[in-house]
Design a binder for this molecule. Structure first.
Ligand code: NAP
Length: 320
């Protein structure tokens, strides 16, 4: 798979990223670990080198499982490793946003220990914390860079004003926003901002948590937090079927299935560096790499966008 340089960093990453949120039992139930481990080992063979995790995924579980795998000789070095800080989950069941200096330094030590590595390639602020000043966050991040524990810095779920506040104080190289055919809010301001300021964009949930793969039928129980998600309600899923039906021939004309098409749609935006797909098993990544072979012709991109915008309005009961 063709790689891409992430923003102004020297990191060369694959256009498909491997997302590790799935090892968060609170959201995804108990994902079988053998299949997940096989997927991590398979990723580099397919050309996928970007691994995205967070300390909060399963309160350390995802990082810990990755760390165990990195005991395999040479596996760690085959990845560009990204993790995140923001949630303080040290106090037991109660978690809260905490980006104070001391907490960031401790969170980084904890991530390094769990991941069994001596450096994080991309350290991301998971979300905007209104309680801690940007100067304080920046100071801690710069210290971690000076110490060689962190190579590059990124943010996630930030808007333009929030990125501006941080960019002036530290050398940011990327934004990680939600972006898919059903989640296009960042097109108006954040994606153009990233293009202007040469920030890499790592899109998360490119399949809308699997919905855009078209495999989940209305009424089926998935046994994870999607069962409570409004877009997975029987009513919403029923209404979204019309949009998916419009996508199918567009995907077939490109020689793709729906999941591949949805990821290619995301990667066709000029601001996009990488689409981070949530993975539970090797089958989730085997086919998806095809999505990154080329971009969609603009008329097809717009037709797909229109089809899902209409379906989403219907699903959410919004006025036309
Ligand atoms: N920064 C943040 O705040 C944030 C938030 C969310 C996610 N993320 C990151 O982004 C990653 C991806 O996001 P996500 O997990 O929300 O959404 P996603 O990639 O849109 O959906 C993942 C789900 O889709 C299904 N799937 C995956 N590959 C597939 C394929 N090839 N064909 C058919 N179905 C497939 C799987 O579930 P089923 O097979 O059970 O349907 C999988 O659990 C996460 O793992 C995490 O690293 C970051």
């Amino acid at each position: 798979m063709r790689g891409i340089q992430l923003g102004t960093s020297d990191l060369k990453i694959s256009r498909i990223g491997f997302g590790c949120w799935q090892l968060s039992p609170q959201f995804w139930g108990n994902v079988p670990l053998d299949a997940w481990r096989a997927a991590v080992r398979r990723a580099p063979e397919l050309g996928i080198n970007f691994l995205d995790t967070a300390d909060a995924y399963g309160d350390g579980h995802a990082e810990m499982e990755l760390g165990k795998l990195f005991a395999d000789k040479g596996l760690r070095e085959r990845f560009v490793l990204a993790t995140k800080f923001y949630w303080n989950f040290d106090e037991g069941s109660f978690r809260f946003p905490d980006t104070r200096r001391e907490r960031i330094l401790r969170a980084c030590e904890n991530s390094l220990r769990r991941l069994r590595t001596d450096r994080i390639d991309l350290y991301q602020v998971h979300a905007w914390d209104p309680l801690t000043r940007a100067e304080e966050v920046a100071e801690a991040c710069r210290q971690l860079q000076r110490e060689g524990k962190v190579r590059w810095l990124g943010v996630s779920n930030f808007n333009v004003e929030q990125m501006d506040l941080y960019r002036g104080r530290m050398d940011l190289v990327s934004l990680q926003p939600s972006y898919s055919l059903l989640s296009r809010e960042v097109e108006a301001r954040e994606l153009p901002y990233c293009l202007t300021h040469r920030l890499g964009v790592l899109a998360y949930s490119p399949l809308s948590r699997g919905l855009l793969a078209g495999t989940h039928l209305p009424g089926a129980k998935l046994g994870d937090s999607r069962d409570e998600h409004p877009m997975f309600s029987e009513k919403a899923l029923t209404r979204l079927q019309a949009g998916l039906a419009e996508l199918r021939p567009l995907a077939e004309a490109e020689g793709l299935n729906l999941a591949q098409f949805a990821v290619r749609w995301v990667l066709s935006h000029p601001a996009l560096s990488c689409a981070i797909v949530g993975v539970k098993k090797p089958e989730h990544i085997e086919g998806i790499v095809k999505a990154a072979e080329r971009t969609l012709p603009p008329p097809v991109w717009h037709q797909a966008a229109r089809a899902m915008a209409t379906a989403k309005r219907e699903a959410c009961g919004e006025p036309k």
